[in-house]
Design a protein around this ligand. Structure first.
Ligand SMILES: [Zn+2]
Ligand SMILES: [Zn+2]
Length: 264
């Protein structure tokens, strides 16, 4: 069973799952390692609290790491919300805490979360391009993450507003992001949260993952984005096979912010 390196617990404002439940599910699936990546989106206004209480997070995770050590190795990571204007703050956070793994994700564009319809009412036909532009600006401003989370996250939400999506349609917006990730020595995440939300592809889509490989990208991380145990490790076997068909032979698992290559 592949290692899940993107999952949430009740330390995230949008999950009520006790971390023990995620750990027990991972063990039952036969995972030997897993990494928690609870949310921290600094400087946003939202009904959901996307702050992370680092002191209780690290103390609880450290306790669980020891408690379950015989059964599974637990990594302590974070899914950090990137925004172009808070680069310094994000760098300070990542240098202050002893993370195993930092996922950089774009959840807010100029203060708007594409999870809510308002975003699409404002940006209309430009909704996807604006998201990708903000992604590029954010990763340039805050190159302090290990893996870029769910690159085409926006594609999860645009369907009901009549927006179509494919890599080809947005290649000119996506390629500069892939190049920036590769040049910066960072990883690209393959997030099966797209599949568990009913899309035909993970995030990013297989065509974008293929393009990443074509451009010289080697580092891939794998995560389900599970907010409860039902989607932990979601369709990993199938996605692993697709990644092998694209030409990837390994995926990366981070420990102490360093990638370890595991075979696919
Ligand atoms: Zn996310
Ligand atoms: Zn997530």
């Amino acid at each position: 069973m592949y290692i899940d390196a993107h999952l949430h617990s009740c330390f995230s404002g949008d999950s009520e799952t006790p971390p023990e439940k995620q750990i027990e599910k991972a063990i039952s699936l036969g995972m030997k390692r897993m990494c928690f990546t609870d949310h921290h989106d600094p400087c946003v206004e939202s009904d959901v609290d996307f702050e992370l209480d680092y002191s209780s997070y690290f103390s609880k995770m450290q306790e669980l790491k020891e408690k379950y050590a015989k059964f599974i190795e637990i990594g302590i990571g974070v899914e950090l919300g990137l925004q172009p204007h808070i680069g310094e703050l994000l760098k300070n956070i990542t240098s202050k805490y002893p993370f195993d793994f930092v996922i950089g994700s774009i959840h807010f564009v100029d203060g708007y979360d594409p999870y809510y319809p308002e975003y699409f009412h404002i940006y209309k036909q430009k909704a996807y391009r604006t998201y990708f532009q903000t992604t590029l600006e954010s990763i340039k401003a805050a190159p302090c993450f290990d893996s870029l989370g769910h690159l085409d996250y926006i594609a999860r939400y645009g369907g009901p507003f009549g927006l179509t999506y494919s890599y080809d349609e947005y290649a000119d917006s996506i390629d500069p992001i892939l190049r920036e990730v590769i040049d910066g020595g960072r990883a690209l995440e393959c997030n099966t949260g797209g599949l568990s939300r009913g899309l035909s592809d993970p995030n990013p889509c297989f065509d974008a993952l293929r393009r990443y490989k074509e451009l010289g990208g080697e580092l891939i991380t794998l995560g389900s984005d599970a907010h409860d145990p039902s989607t932990l490790g979601y369709r990993f076997d199938e996605v692993g096979e697709r990644l092998r068909a694209i030409g990837f032979t390994h995926y990366a698992v981070y420990k102490g912010r360093k990638p370890e290559m595991m075979s696919l």
